[in-house]
Design a protein around this ligand. Structure first.
Ligand code: CP
Ligand code: NVA
Length: 300
């Protein structure tokens, strides 16, 4: 594994290896066992979009691993003024040991991997959010004891989260169902691949999707960059809310996950969020451990 661009690129074995390493690093951190295996290494973190969890967990993760992280806002870099991605990555490859980038186009992340000479980590694009899904799989495994055969139901926009959850969930042997409005479906190629390689359902019926689910997952209706579509989307997604009736369709011991930030009252009710908050914040914490596993695997 040279980069983390999207989960489709990883084998099932590589995903399991990352999750096992994440569990080990979490155990070591909780027990005060130092693991400064990236001493002397520097990670650049380029952000073209806002972030709380991704920025802080990568920065803290590099510190705990003995390395250093540099926050690089695109507003301050020359790429914000039009310097080519190809030139930027060729320069940054001379200074840094790895780059985490959050941007709009998946093609920018892929281009960095092609033109640079250091590992590239996708910290979210419009297409994918692989770091989040590694933390999600880690959280599901912690709470359900396994991934294989566990049913994951995603309700809402067929966005970056939906794409990566389908890819990661199917690779991990989970059964994946998605409920979303007809014009907001996940990526067609990922859905085709999922239907051919595992147990996958995409429907407009939230109750059919949630039936007997072990995990209910949701995300915002309007992602970063779609702020101007918020009103239209609010209408389109009416009825795609994780509420008590959805939870009644799922298994009694189903957990709820949300990548955060949440818009309570839209994709999830305040009540469901509050009832499942402990697991949702475990999930947020696991960003740190899962990304440390990615950093150790790519940068060591
Ligand atoms: N879930 C997630 O990626 O959060 P941030 O946007 O705060 O990084
Ligand atoms: N779909 C959301 C995820 C945020 C972590 C977005 O792209 O804004």
């Amino acid at each position: 594994m040279k980069h983390l661009l999207k989960l489709e690129d990883l084998s099932c074995k590589e995903i399991t290896g990352l999750l096992n390493l994440a569990d080990q690093l979490k155990y070591e951190q909780k027990n005060g066992i130092e693991h400064k295996v990236l001493a002397g290494k520097t990670l650049g973190m380029i952000f073209r979009k806002s972030s709380t969890r991704t920025r802080v967990s990568f920065e803290v993760g590099m510190y705990q691993l003995g390395g250093h992280a540099l926050f690089l806002s695109s507003n301050d870099l020359q790429i914000g003024r039009g310097e080519e991605t190809a030139d930027t990555i060729r320069v940054l490859s001379r200074y840094l040991d790895g780059i985490m980038i959050r941007t709009f186009e998946q093609s920018e992340v892929e281009e960095m991997a092609e033109k640079g000479t250091i590992p590239i980590i996708n910290g979210l694009t419009d297409y994918a959010h692989p770091c989040q899904v590694l933390a999600d799989l880690m959280t599901i495994r912690e709470h359900k004891g396994a991934l294989e055969g566990v049913k994951l139901c995603y309700i809402g926009d067929g966005n970056n989260m939906a794409n990566s959850l389908i890819a990661g969930g199917i690779k991990a042997g989970m059964s994946v169902s998605v409920a979303c409005p007809g014009s907001y479906r996940p990526d067609a190629e990922i859905m085709k691949w999922a239907s051919e390689n595992g147990k996958f359902l995409c429907t407009g019926d939230i109750y059919a999707a949630a039936e007997n689910a072990d995990v209910i997952y949701t995300d915002v209706w309007a992602s970063m960059g779609q702020e101007s579509e918020a009103a239209t989307r609010r209408k389109a997604f009416k009825g795609y809310c994780v509420d008590n009736s959805v939870m009644n369709a799922a298994k009694k011991d189903a957990i709820v996950l949300h990548c955060l930030p949440a818009h309570k009252g839209e994709e999830i009710t305040q009540e469901v969020f509050d009832t499942h908050a402990d697991v949702i914040f475990d999930q947020a914490e696991n960003r740190l451990h899962a990304q440390k596993a990615v950093l150790v695997t790519l940068l060591k």
